[in-house]
Design a protein around this ligand. Structure first.
Ligand SMILES: CC(C)(COP(=O)(O)OP(=O)(O)OC[C@H]1O[C@@H](n2cnc3c(N)ncnc32)[C@H](O)[C@@H]1OP(=O)(O)O)[C@@H](O)C(=O)NCCC(=O)NCCS
Length: 139
């Protein structure tokens, strides 16, 4: 029997923080409440549980029509390479497709591009690369 249970409901900020802190992405000194608004503002969420513990999370930020951005794809290190990431990503993509959203983007972490390519993503073309704002470079 598959040991994982999936939910379209956002986890508690405490559970999310515990999982998020396994990634090394942000300062672990942040309070769990820091993430509450972000979770609530998600358009679509996938949470994966094993024996009641949050072991996977991924979400979509979207206007629900034109654009979708998949972010915070996280599987706990102890549960990776067991198909959890693939399951969550497929579910999020299905929700985007169902809503008719064709522009689905994400930023791939180092070493994860092949994983996303196996799920239908391609790098953006050089003539239209992704960019991000850096305040220190402005004015
Ligand atoms: C990226 C990430 C979410 C993938 O989650 P995951 O649950 O490990 O993903 P899957 O198990 O579906 O697939 C991962 C690999 O395991 C393989 N795999 C899946 N089930 C397997 C099994 N039962 N046995 C062996 N390998 C398996 C898949 O083929 C896949 O291989 P690939 O990477 O060569 O494509 C996870 O590595 C992670 O959380 N990393 C840290 C945070 C991060 O970098 N997130 C990405 C942000 S862009």
């Amino acid at each position: 029997m598959h040991p994982f249970e999936y939910s379209p409901v956002a986890p508690t900020p405490d559970a999310f923080k515990t999982l998020y802190d396994t990634t090394g992405w942000g300062p672990t000194s942040r309070e769990a409440s820091y993430y509450a608004g972000a979770l609530a503002g998600s358009w679509c969420v996938q949470a994966a549980y094993c024996d009641g513990q949050l072991v996977g999370f991924a979400r979509v930020i979207s206007d629900g029509h034109l654009h979708a951005f998949i972010t915070e794809m996280i599987v706990h290190p102890g549960y990776q390479r067991r198909g959890v990431g693939a399951h969550m990503l497929s579910s999020l993509l299905a929700a985007c497709h169902e809503a008719g959203i064709s522009d689905i983007q994400l930023l791939s972490a180092r070493g994860k591009a092949a994983f996303y390519q196996r799920h239908g993503f391609v790098p953006r073309p050089q003539e239209g690369p992704g960019m991000q704002f850096v305040a220190a470079l402005c004015g």
